[in-house]
Design a binder for this molecule. Sequence first.
Ligand code: AMP
Ligand code: MG
Length: 418
Amino acid sequence: MSVEEALARVLSFFHELDPEDKPILEAQGQVLAEDVVGRFDIPPLANSAMDGYAVQVDSVEGASLESPRVLGVTGSVAAGHLPDRPVTPGTAIRIMTGAPIPEGADAVVPFEDTDEVERKARGDSLSEIAVQVGARRSANIRPAGEDVKSGQRALEKGTVLRSGEIGVLASLGYSRVSVIRRPVAAILATGDELVEPGEEPGPGGIFDSNSYSLASAVRRAGGIPKLLGIAGDILDEIASKLQIGLRSDILITSAGVSKGDYDIVKDVLAKHGKIEFWSVRMRPAKPLAFGVLRGPDGRQVPHLGLPGNPVSALVGFEQFGRPAINRMLGKGDEARPVVEAVLEEPLYNTDGRRVFARAIVTKRDGVYYARLTGQQSSNLLTSMARANGLAVCPEDVAKKDIGEIVEVQMIDWPEDVF
Ligand code: AMP
Ligand code: MG
């Protein structure tokens, strides 16, 4: 089965989850479940864009350095306060940025266009001010509702909440927001050889790294990982530990899906659910099972059975688990950014599968370059740790040479490189 077909089959089992209501800051990265409409004009009142003097344009018409217009200053107003009198012909009110425009004023003249600094230096009172430049009508006045008008849609349903959107919500006075909830992904490692990090490995034991790399990938994709621990290679043990995960939105296991004697995750799926497919034309992560597991109460949960080799597990998650989580989060089919990079070393495809090679992408003089992280065996987890992308060699291409263009899925986009 091709990667595309497998992905389409996987995605057909996932849909956008229900909304939840939560504090705006906790909703970062989640998707708006409904349009956000302003309940007030933002800003609520016309206000000043500068520190200066609120005036009538007519009072300062033709003003220049040589022939300033001297106005009587009748008061001052700061942000958060209301002016206590109007501006009349020949007068001005000192005004700070964000302060409401007094009645009668139709422009704000910034301090720089007056003699305020000189007056202060001389120790003169600010009961008068000389305006040295004429003003256009509405100059430096921010109208009410300029950002958002009352009743207007400010953010559209389906928008991902980033810093800007969270700021907009706060600016509209919302402390809580309705967003699509995050999916819970239950993660189970399988294998007699596995030991929890922090414990003492017995002879032949290795630490369970998949649970942690996958949990971290789930979290980064926006899901909530729930670690179910380790199950030995015994069908009933795997099945009973998976039961605990049946309350989640997706079950993710690692190992037990290839053709070895103890590869029994497939058997669990066959006995307690239904296998959709168990092999994909890709490298790594060819033995990858997908199906639906049934609980005793009839609950059904999609089950992504990733291979055991640590790189395969992560690459398999990247191609199928992350898109499934995106779908549940309401992010549609948002994919990683793909760059076209110049290969700095050859990329081989020995058996007609789509190759996802761990690559390091750099940018030099505006051009992306990709080199591999070294040996591509799927057990070498440190090679994944060094990669920032997966270079893709299509299934029908046997070799990509140095200098050829390769597509790289960027799994990371470090700011210091780009
Ligand atoms: P299997 O799919 O069970 O044949 O496992 C393939 C390889 O992945 C074996 O070398 C396993 O020891 C290794 N492996 C399986 N599960 C994990 C895990 N959770 N963490 C690290 N390595 C694992
Ligand atoms: Mg095994």
